[in-house]
Design a protein. Structure first.
Lengths: 116, 114
């Protein structure tokens, strides 16, 4: 079974500073990787996804992530954060079974706190 | 398009009561999912449905049942609620194509069992 580890439960960053949220997964087979964002009292919104191809993927709101197969990582980055980026960020993985629906396995989340 | 809708938004139950959480999607997706979110735990899969007429257990199915009523609707039932089922419940849907793996989430139902 696959698992996802988000190493930091909380990351405080000053406004306009860069940020990296770390995500590592464990799986011996090919995976699809996702980052979702959850604003307070809302559902989850897709930030970006890696299915195949280029290992650097760009998402919404200026975020990007790099898939590193050898290190089994999919870290999320933003060069300059804004106060509106304060939210919970979830890394998630699907192991493609070929049979149809595949539930996401989520990390426990990282709370990004932007300080003015 | 409304996307994924869930009702109710909030619910308080007493231990032993039953209730059904409703979910509907208007994106013509084949697959639908139910997750629960608990503090510090991320989201965990309860049940999923690959297509109309099929359902399968996820990571934490105990105490729940589901019904895929048609392609649009996927309900989650708690037959006898327990305090351990206090959580926020999210419904999601997705397409099954190779390039369309992302799931779209509803706004959630916040359930408290006393």
């Amino acid at each position: 079974a696959q698992s996802v580890t988000q190493l930091d439960s909380q990351v405080p960053v000053f406004e306009e500073a860069p940020v990296e949220l770390r995500c590592n997964y464990s799986s011996s087979v090919s995976v699809y990787l996702f980052w979702y964002v959850q604003y307070p009292n809302q559902g989850l919104q897709l930030l970006l996804k890696y299915l195949s191809g280029s290992t650097l993927v760009k998402g919404i709101n200026g975020f990007e992530a790099e898939f590193n197969k050898s290190q089994t990582s999919f870290h999320l980055r933003k060069p300059s954060v804004h106060i509106s980026d304060t939210a919970e960020y979830f890394c998630a993985v699907i192991v493609y079974s070929g049979g149809g629906a595949d539930g996401l396995t989520f990390g426990k989340g990282t709370h990004l706190i932007i300080q003015p | 398009n409304a996307g994924v809708t869930q009702t109710p938004k909030f619910q308080v139950l007493k231990t032993g009561q039953s209730m059904t959480l409703q979910c509907a999607q208007d994106m013509n997706h084949n697959s639908m999912y139910w997750y629960r979110q608990d503090p510090g735990m991320g989201l965990r899969l309860i049940y999923y449905s690959a297509s109309e007429g099929t359902t399968d257990k996820g990571e934490v199915p105990n105490g729940y049942n589901v019904s895929r009523l048609n392609k649009r609707e996927f309900s989650l039932r708690l037959e006898s609620a327990a305090p351990s089922q206090t959580s926020v419940y999210f419904c999601a849907s997705s397409e099954r194509g190779a390039g369309q793996r992302e799931q779209y989430f509803g706004p959630g139902t916040r359930l408290t069992v006393t």
